[in-house]
Design a protein around this ligand. Structure first.
Ligand code: NAD
Length: 257
């Protein structure tokens, strides 16, 4: 088991990448703190883990609220005695997030609050817990859009993910000698509820698909496996990386016909 005896906290673990990671981490021996703003979804993840013989607990938190984030870390430590793996994965995609010319300030603020401030708060309150455990691992979910621009813009989302990438690098450097590794996971487009509406439109789907060398979107479990590698000791010398899992999108100039 690759995470035996580890305590892992995953935000946004009620759905998509977070849920698949929670299930996988539990199968690999971790005790998982499942965090989500959606109680029903988070509790369902816990049920699925326990059904498979794993150990998990649900904690409600909105990652954009400092009080909630402080509480989720405290709950993890009080339930399991320590925190080894902090996976700041929760994120949103706002339907009204578009071109810089049209995106409303409220949309910008909400997306930045959840996607970027949420990661900042997770690290702010999570790192002291990792230090108390003698070190640990941070995985922050950015995106391939932190590295590339798109003509079909989601300006707040893209800016938030660029921020996550930069923030993660800085943390990786600052805490490297205190036995903490921090990496930014950069998935390409994944078939999860986050993109469901967008990808249900055949034209918008195709507009994206042509840029993916592999000719398909990722499955959440494929991203979870990358997160598992980053969480485990197998990645002991991987620190400060933009860990790209995108089917070759960022490598491509012209994709196969
Ligand atoms: P998802 O919508 O399937 O799951 C996200 C989960 O986060 C949901 O359960 C939701 O309730 C929870 N959540 C939302 N706001 C929250 C908040 N304020 N506090 C706590 N929990 C909150 O999404 P997903 O596709 O699994 O995305 C997970 C992460 O991966 C996000 O950060 C997303 O930006 C990133 N990502 C997704 C894709 C993709 O194509 N799906 C690509 C690159 C990066």
């Amino acid at each position: 088991m690759r995470l035996k005896d580890k305590v892992a906290l995953i935000t946004g673990a009620g759905s998509g990448i977070g849920r698949e990671s929670a299930l996988l981490f539990a199968r690999e021996g971790a005790r998982v703190v499942v965090v989500d703003v959606d109680d029903e979804a988070g509790q369902e993840t816990v049920r699925l883990i326990r059904e498979n013989g794993g150990e998990a607990t649900f904690v409600h938190a909105d990652v954009s609220r400092a009080e909630d984030v402080r509480n989720m870390i405290a709950q993890a430590e009080s339930m399991y005695g320590r925190l080894d793996i902090l996976f700041n994965n929760a994120g949103i995609f706002h339907p009204k997030d578009g071109s810089v010319l049209e995106t409303e300030e409220e949309v910008w603020d909400r997306v930045i609050d959840v996607n970027l401030k949420g990661v900042f708060l997770g690290c702010k309150y999570g790192i002291p817990a990792l230090l108390r455990a003698g070190g640990g691992v941070i995985i922050n979910t950015a995106s391939f859009v932190a590295l590339m621009g798109a003509a079909v813009s989601q300006i707040a989302y893209t800016a938030s993910k660029g921020g996550v990438l930069a923030l993660t690098r800085e943390i990786a450097v600052e805490f490297a000698r205190q036995n903490i590794r921090a990496n930014a996971l950069c998935p390409g487009p994944v078939e999860t509820p986050l993109l469901a509406e967008l990808l249900s439109d055949p034209a918008r789907r195709q507009r994206r698909l042509v840029h993916i060398p592999m000719g398909r979107f990722a499955r959440a479990e494929e991203i979870a496996h990358a997160a598992l590698f980053l969480a485990s000791d197998e990645s002991s010398y991987v620190n400060g990386a933009a860990f790209i899992v995108d089917g070759g999108i960022t490598a491509a100039y012209i994709t196969p016909e």
